[in-house]
Design a protein around this ligand. Structure first.
Ligand code: ATP
Ligand code: MG
Length: 437
């Protein structure tokens, strides 16, 4: 452009509604939590999988079911600008994990225990604990049919709550049985709701014949009495389904994991069978489900693959952290080992070389920076050092540097003497700067 651009007033851009920035004060806690998760999951032999955030739309339509909240109204979908392929930002990760397992024949030599961490996208009404972009952590055990694996996953979630000190979550459990059992129950359910047509809301009426089970999942308070008295799927289970449930219960009982059977627990996706469960809390209002999952033995087939049993769960990171906050969890902030005070800009080549060695030794150190070619007074630099939260100040001044030395001053312990160290053997004293934690 040759002409000078004339800008009257530039509108300030803001982020997308329901999609939040995670600033350093909060991300430190998220990272702490994720590290706990990774460490714990590896002790259970679960390994990380990372699938793309964008998938083809039919994956979710077929995987989750057409008559689900997510597919009906919550997906961010668009067409590929070149070939017109229908694409969707993933609203959940199970379908993508199963797709990847099929695409790469991951189960060729047996079952796989996997976990993922990452953002999901749903066009919901934003409110506390409910966002349009939110992080989920999920664990999936692919290729395992036994109730002991359902139990392992539940015990792992329970263990995670213990590791991070989370209380006030309770486990609810149900069985959705097998398709034939569900069909018999479905007919009883339709007959029941038909007798009570007048009491159904619009959503329920629409789903009466397409997906009556989902009516049990309603959040409409005026329908609670009606759904409470509806025929229960548990009464339609055959002996094998009951045996699966009872084996799971026996393991939970033996491991002192308390739970209650909730016959109305049906979950929001179509792919579940047998065990379904949720960890819920009363401390987060209506966004009370912290972690949810179940068995999905038919999803592989539904996505065009060889049948393989599977079970998994996903937790909402925001809700877990919200709950920890409500319980008064201390803030997690990284502590700096040192702050480098530098009396003259010309010392920087030497100072940065020393800082590099310190960092190689594991010391965290922030350097003072110049303004208009000057480093500022020592007093103002000490003020900065103090405000940084660092535990030590490293003083690089003319006197010290001329003798190849640096002075270390403890900032949080007034009684501690200043110590002068030689720059020739940084590695030898680097560890004295590091906090024990
Ligand atoms: P809800 O009934 O609260 O809508 P859901 O059944 O849709 O939950 P899942 O799809 O099972 O939730 O997702 C697992 C977990 O992910 C939930 O238990 C919750 O902790 C979290 N989660 C789901 N949707 C959101 C969202 N929009 N914002 C934040 N966290 C969410
Ligand atoms: Mg939902």
């Amino acid at each position: 452009m040759t002409e000078k651009m004339v800008v009257d007033k530039v509108e300030k851009l803001v982020g997308v509604k329901g999609m939040n920035d995670l600033l350093p004060a909060q991300s430190a806690t998220v990272e702490w939590f994720e590290e706990k998760v990774r460490a714990l999951f590896s002790r259970y032999a679960y390994r990380n999988i990372r699938t793309p955030i964008v998938e083809r739309t039919p994956l979710f339509v077929r995987g989750l079911g057409e008559v689900t909240d997510i597919v009906e109204k919550e997906m961010y979908s668009f067409d590929d600008r070149l070939n017109g392929d229908p694409l969707t930002l993933r609203p959940e990760a199970t379908a993508g994990v199963v797709r990847a397992a099929l695409e790469h024949s991951l189960l060729y030599d047996g079952g796989k225990r996997l976990y993922y961490i990452g953002p999901m996208f749903r066009h919901e009404r934003p409110q506390k604990g409910r966002y349009r972009q939110f992080d989920q952590i999920g664990a999936e055990a692919l290729g395992f049919s036994g109730p002991e694996v359902d139990a392992e996953l539940i015990l792992m979630a329970h263990h995670l709550w213990q590791e991070i000190g989370l209380q006030d979550v309770r486990l609810e459990l149900n069985s959705l049985g097998q398709p034939a059992e569900r069909l018999a129950h479905r007919q009883a359910l339709i007959a029941y709701f038909e007798r009570h047509q007048d009491a159904l809301d619009e959503d329920a009426r629409r789903r009466l014949h397409s997906n009556p089970l989902r009516i049990l999942d309603t959040k409409n308070p005026t329908m609670q009495a009606l759904v409470n008295a509806a025929p229960q799927l548990l009464d339609f289970l055959g002996s094998e389904s009951l045996a699966h449930l009872n084996s799971l219960r026996a393991i939970l009982d033996a491991n002192q994991v308390a739970y209650s059977i909730n016959p109305r627990l049906v979950r929001g996706m179509d792919y579940y069978n047998l065990s379904v469960f949720e960890f819920v809390t009363d401390r987060l209002g209506s966004q009370g489900t912290v972690c949810a999952g179940g068995r999905y033995d038919y999803l592989f087939e539904q996505l065009g693959g060889k049948p393989s049993p599977a079970v998994g769960w996903a937790l909402g990171v925001d809700r877990v952290l919200e709950l920890l906050k409500a319980a008064g969890m201390p803030k997690r902030e990284p502590v700096l080992d040192a702050y480098a005070i530098v009396s003259d800009l010309s010392f920087m080549p030497q100072v940065l070389a020393v800082l590099h060695t310190l960092r190689t030794c594991g010391v965290s150190v922030q350097m003072h920076t110049s303004a208009a070619q000057t480093m500022g007074s020592m007093k103002s630099q000490f003020k900065r050092a103090d405000a940084s939260g660092a535990r030590h100040a490293l003083i690089f001044a003319a006197n010290e540097l001329s003798q190849h030395q640096v002075t270390v001053k403890a900032l949080r312990d007034a009684a501690a003497p200043q110590i002068t160290h030689s720059l020739a053997d940084v590695a030898a004293w680097a560890s004295t700067l590091q906090s024990a934690a």
